[in-house]
Structure formats: C-alpha cells, structure tokens
Design a protein around this ligand. Structure first.
Ligand code: TXA
Ligand code: MG
Length: 329
C-alpha cells in the first residue's frame, strides 16, 4: 500500500463535486457523506480501482460492495427487478434501503465488487452530496462504509480522516450524517429476507410489502439463498470490550446510557454518554458510532451499555451493539 498518498479534504460544494467525479473517473478513491454513514467510493466498473479500495480499507477478504446509483432507471441497468423489488424501490428510494437482486445480463459492475456472486447490492442514496457526485460522475459508484475494516462506520469526515488519511485520494466533508447506522439490506429472493437491519425499519418495509420479511437465519437453512457475506459476527468492534444490557456499572467502566432510566452504581462510571436522554431511537442511531468511537478512546476497562428497546430503529442499533460486543478477532 502506498502510504505516502496525500489525502485531500474539501468542503462539500460544486468544486468538491467536480473534483470527486474526476478522481472517480481516473480510478481514484473518494469518501463522501450519505444519509446513513460516510462511504468510500470507487468506479463500479473499474476493477483496479476496486482492488485499491479493498486494500485501503484492509478488508481481509473480498466482501461484496453496494453499487450506489442516481435513480431507479440506473439501477435497472444493473439488476433485474421483480414486482416486489419495484414496490420497495418506488416506496423507499432515494433512502436508506439496499436491495440485493439478480444481476442484469450486461451488469456493468465489476465481478470483484460482487465477489463473484450472481446477485448485486444496489441503493439510491438520499444525501444531496452523494447524489450530486454520482450524477456528475455519470455511472455506478461502489461504496462500503469509509472506515478501516473492523472499525465502526464513520458518521463525520473527521472519523474518515482518522481511519483513512494517506490511503485514499479525497474526502468530501458534508458534516455529520443524519441517520447514523448503515442502510437496511433486503434480499429480494422468492421471499424477501432482511439481510441487515438498518436505517429503514422492518415495520416500514413490511407495511409496503403487506407480509413479513424473513430473517437471515430462516434463509440460511435454504441453500439456494445467499446471506450477506459481510455480516461477520464481529464487524463494528471498538477496542474496548462492550458489555450489553447493563443494569449496573463496574468501577472503571464507561457508561453508554439511553433514556432517563437509572442504573445501579452509575457513580462508578469513568465517563457517561447518553445516546438519547429523551429515549428517541432515531437520535440514538445518529449518535451511536460517534459515541462508541469517543468512549473507545477513554481507556475504560469496558463500555457498559444500557438496554435499548428492540422496536423500530432499535433493531439496527442492537444488531450493531451485539457485533461490537463480540470483539474483534
Ligand atoms: O449505508 C450503507 O449501506 C453504507 C453507505 C456508504 O451506503 N454502505 C455500507 O457498505 O454499509 P458495507 O460495504 O460496509 O456493507 C455492505 C454489506 C456487506 O455486509 C456485504 O456483505 C453486503 O452488503 N452485500 C453486498 N453485496 C451483497 C450481495 N450480492 N449479497 C448479499 N450481501 C451483499
Ligand atoms: Mg461497513
């Protein structure tokens, strides 16, 4: 890896958009904000740019990437949509939903980005900066979260810079993201499967479908249906151990609180951060990764996390927290 690369940081705007599109066209790597988390973009049709992207993130194995496109028409050049996939795309794009679909015959996304699968993950982001970069570039942009492999996803340009400075060409700074957890991934197989809970709730998706989403565990028992290969048990891990559903605090622990409920021995906490004092799950999701990063730097013995309700965005928050608690291999 060429670690002498100079990473430019530009504030979002017309000049950054034009520079970003040019860097992508030349096979470079550009980090930019989406509404969920910051993404690290490369030209979806350029295998050597994609190889550089895997290297910059330090991904241990080739883990398929999401192709980001400007609209449904562009998505339909990449993948095959059945009726249910169309309903979901029309209801939720642009927005924090990724669909895994069969590849179209002349799918322009490089094999390396889809890890040799016959399916492809696609999303149409809602963030203005992401949309303008993709439109100006004119093609699909593959973009994993813009963090080193195994770290929590970045929700600010500073997080991206901390992980990837010297490894990528450009960071477009559009401020803090709104949603704070990654997109929800739905596999559009004969029965749609919730491959990753995320920024769009299960309930909203099921309302449009009119029937429940399958869970990946059920899908796994059927060999014909692939699951999200990137959903490693530990994926979002801070260095500090994470202790879930804490009803008390041990001496030397940091406390990640939620709502106004009390925990026993709260005074033992070396530091306390509250994801949302008013118990709002959207606010908690937006704060989650930034707070984990901050608490990870406090040299606490562990991060004790108060229970978080599992409804709505709580499903995605608890999914990320469980992965953080598994620790990094
Ligand atoms: O919100 C997001 O989705 C962000 C922003 C930047 O768009 N992106 C993101 O990408 O979270 P990444 O690479 O960190 O996660 C993509 C997930 C991985 O778990 C990967 O395995 C899964 O999508 N995936 C990609 N293609 C797939 C496919 N064909 N079948 C099943 N899972 C797939
Ligand atoms: Mg990621």
């Amino acid at each position: 890896m060429d670690t002498t690369l100079r990473t430019h940081v530009m504030p979002a705007g017309a000049s950054a958009t034009a520079t970003a599109a040019g860097v992508l066209a030349e096979g470079g790597l550009v980090a930019f904000p989406t509404e969920t988390v910051y993404g690290l973009g490369a030209d979806a049709g350029n295998a050597s740019a994609i190889a550089r992207l895997y290297e910059a993130k330090g991904r241990p194995a080739f883990n398929p990437l999401i192709a980001h496109v400007a609209d449904l028409a562009a998505a339909r050049r990449i993948a095959l949509f059945d009726g249910q996939a169309l309903r979901l795309a029309e209801a939720f794009w642009p927005g924090p939903l990724t669909l895994v679909l069969p590849k179209a015959l002349s799918c322009p996304v490089a094999e390396l980005a889809t890890a040799g699968l016959d399916t492809v993950a696609i999303r149409v982001p809602a963030h203005k900066v992401a949309r303008e970069i993709i439109k100006t570039f004119g093609g699909a942009v593959v973009a994993p979260s813009a963090n080193l492999s195994g770290h929590v996803s970045p929700t600010t340009a500073e997080h991206v810079n901390g992980d990837l400075a010297g490894r990528i060409d450009l960071i477009v700074d559009g401020g803090a993201v709104e949603v704070g957890v990654e997109s929800t991934i739905v596999g559009c197989f004969s029965d749609p499967v919730l491959l990753r809970p995320g920024g769009l709730t299960r309930a909203e998706i099921e309302r449009v479908l009119g029937y429940p989403l399958q869970s990946p565990a059920a899908a796994e028992s059927d060999d014909s249906q692939p699951v999200a290969p990137g959903m490693l048990a530990s994926h979002y891990a801070p260095r500090t151990p994470v202790r879930l559903n804490a009803s008390d605090v041990h001496v030397g622990e940091a406390l990640l609180a939620f709502g106004r409920a009390k925990v026993a021995r709260a005074e033992c906490a070396s530091v306390v951060m509250n994801l949302s004092e008013r118990g709002d799950l959207a606010e908690a999701a937006a704060n989650l990764f930034g707070y984990l990063r901050t608490l990870d730097k406090k040299n606490a013995d562990a991060i004790a996390v108060m229970p978080i309700p599992d409804d709505g965005l709580g499903e995605a928050i608890n999914d990320r927290l469980r992965r953080a608690a598994v620790g990094r291999a």
